[in-house]
Design a protein around this ligand. Sequence first.
Ligand code: ADE
Length: 239
Amino acid sequence: MRIDVVTLFPDFIRDSAGLGVVGRAQERALLTVHGWNPRDHATGNYRRVDDRPFGGGPGMVMLAEPLEACLAAVRAADPAPAPVLLMSPQGRRLTQAKVRDLAALPRLILLCGRYEGLDERFVARHVDEELSIGDYVLSGGELAAAVVIDAVGRLQDGALNHAESARQDSFEDGLLDCPHYTRSGACGTEGVPPVLLSGDHAAIARWRRKQSLGRTWQRRPDLLARMALTKADRALLAA
Ligand code: ADE
C-alpha cells in the first residue's frame, strides 16, 4: 500500500511513520508513506500557503493554488487512482470498520489542514471524503493522519508479528478487548485470574469473551446496543 500525505509538516509524518509497527511495515515493503509540502509548490517570494478569509473573521485559510499544485505532483509521482481524504473535525468519524475498508485499498492520499481549514473550492473539486478522529479540535490534521496511517498500516498483511493479534483487537468483533497478563515479571502469578493458569482453552476463551462483553457493557454500552448478541453471549453477560 502507498499513502501520500499533503502537509505543511512532512517531517512529522515521515518520522512518526518510521516508528514501531508502521516503521516495520515500511521496512518489509508492505507500505510506503510519502510526505508532500504545499509550500514547495507555492509561488512568490514568501511562498505563501494561506490568506485571510472572504467575509472577515479571525484566522487564516489555506490557499487552493499551492494545494492544487502539490496534489498534481502527488498524482504525477504515481498515477494509480487513489481517494483523497481530508482530515477534519467536520468529517465522518473514523471507526475500525472504516479503517478495514481503507486498509484494503492499494493507495490513499491524505490531506492535512492547518489554520481555519482549506479553501472550500479546493475541497469541492478534489476531496472525496472528510474524516474526523473524534469530537475535539486539533491544531492541524497531521496527528489525525498519523492515526489513520497507524491504524491502516498495522492491518497490512505481514505487518503484525502474530497473525492472530489483529483479529483479537478491540472493535474487530464490535467489543472492547479483554484484560491481558504477562507470563514473566516480578509479580509472578499474583493477581492473575486462575482460569488463565488452568490450561483449559475452552474455559479461557469463555472467560475472555465474558470480560470483553462486561467491559463493553460497563464502558461502551452504545457499542453493545448496536450488536446482535448470541444466546451464548447473553448467558455469559448474565452469569
Ligand atoms: N483536524 C483538526 N481536528 C481534527 C479531528 N478531530 N479529526 C481529524 N482532523 C482534525
